[in-house]
Design a protein around this ligand. Sequence first.
Ligand SMILES: Nc1ncnc2c1ncn2[C@@H]1O[C@H](COP(=O)(O)OP(=O)(O)OP(=O)(O)O)[C@@H](O)[C@H]1O
Length: 447
Amino acid sequence: MILLADDEPAFQRLTGAWLRGLGHDVEVAGDGNAAVAAFKAKPADLVLLDLAMPPHHDPAAGLALIPAFAPAAVVVMTGHADHALALKAVEAGAWDFLAKPVDPDMLRVVVARALERARLAREVATLRAQVGAEEVMGLVGTAPAMAGLRDLIRRVAPTRLPALVLGPSGTGKELVARAIHAASPRAARPLVPIHCGAVPAELLESELFGHLKGSFTGATADRLGLIETAHGGTLFLDEIGEMPPAMQVKLLRFLNDGSYQPVGARAPREANVRIVAATHRDLAAAVAEGSFREDLFYRLKGVVLRTPSLAERAMDVPLLARLFLRRASEGRASFSPDALDWLAGRAWPGNVRELRSAVECAAALAIQGAAGTIVVAADLAFAVGDTPSESVVPAAPQSLEEEVAGLERRRIVEALARTGHNHTHTARELCLSRVGLLKKMDRMGLR
Ligand SMILES: Nc1ncnc2c1ncn2[C@@H]1O[C@H](COP(=O)(O)OP(=O)(O)OP(=O)(O)O)[C@@H](O)[C@H]1O
């Protein structure tokens, strides 16, 4: 929209008609105050501003109005002899100037340039907002629950308090731990993660605290524990709810006085480590049933951060899906509208992790057409196992060659999924040589 601010009725009429004739939407104001009020009520992309208007008829007052029209482009209109004034206007932030009487062709060109600049400025602002909203601290999401989570991370990061991250599986608990570490004064030191459920109970102590040579069969050399590796940094205890009771006691001691004893060592050692723990389990219930120590629970929950399930922040599904697709396809694929509807209309019990896998799998399955790769709802449905592959229908008519390529790709992706990405087994299942399979995968960008 263009705001034409000029007090001469004839000029308003003629210029307004000329601009409307060019297809622009034009609003007219006859003095400075009315122009500012009209702009506030309905911001224009471009303001054509006469500098000597009522009530002051003073070009200096006209110049003072320019900032009131930000972020629109302002083109001032001055008399022929007012070259110095035009320059002052540009210094004050005007985009360009036109001498009166205005030449219609000149007006057309200046208006087109100014509107293009306004369009670009809007695009930059949208992109900036998207980048800001998309990925703050590695955590994508604009839902209020995510904003609250980021705020808490910012506040807790500079402290030494232990943090306990609670939330369903696949909701980004590890990302939160990483964000706390990255925003803390310890960021230059290591963040050391350990999955307490994945390490056999008898090895966990040596893994965390280290051991001395000869302290048990197989201890052929001294070994540093993860606590020592994390010295000055952060130790991330993932799935803390799985920690065996004997280890819980030792961890509590470390949390209480910062000391620990490597397996086989006679004297305790000390390390300066911040603990961030996470679990999807209900730790309070585990305490109540006696499988988790109450004193350790209270020690760990210096600050509790909760990661919301995807159902609690459904508005973030399209944002996350687009991001995962962009990453998976290096920006080469996009969703069809039915795909986005399908994503938004489905429950995601596995949360962000499930959404990410579905998008990545669908991106690999989607058929490359002449217009690029479009992921359609059927690709996603197949990726999550909702439909058999036969019912995956292409979005657009395809050539025989495209259809064959799509089928070949789909068979390979399916077999890879079935064999857990074991190339030898996949090749055997598809009656290909291993090298042949790898070549095809390379060609299809599946590796
Ligand atoms: N807010 C988010 N923004 C971007 N990616 C996310 C977000 N939340 C989760 N993810 C992605 O989802 C996957 C699972 O995240 P993560 O491992 O942090 O979850 P978790 O809650 O620790 O899961 P689990 O309880 O199973 O260990 C990862 O690939 C992660 O990058």
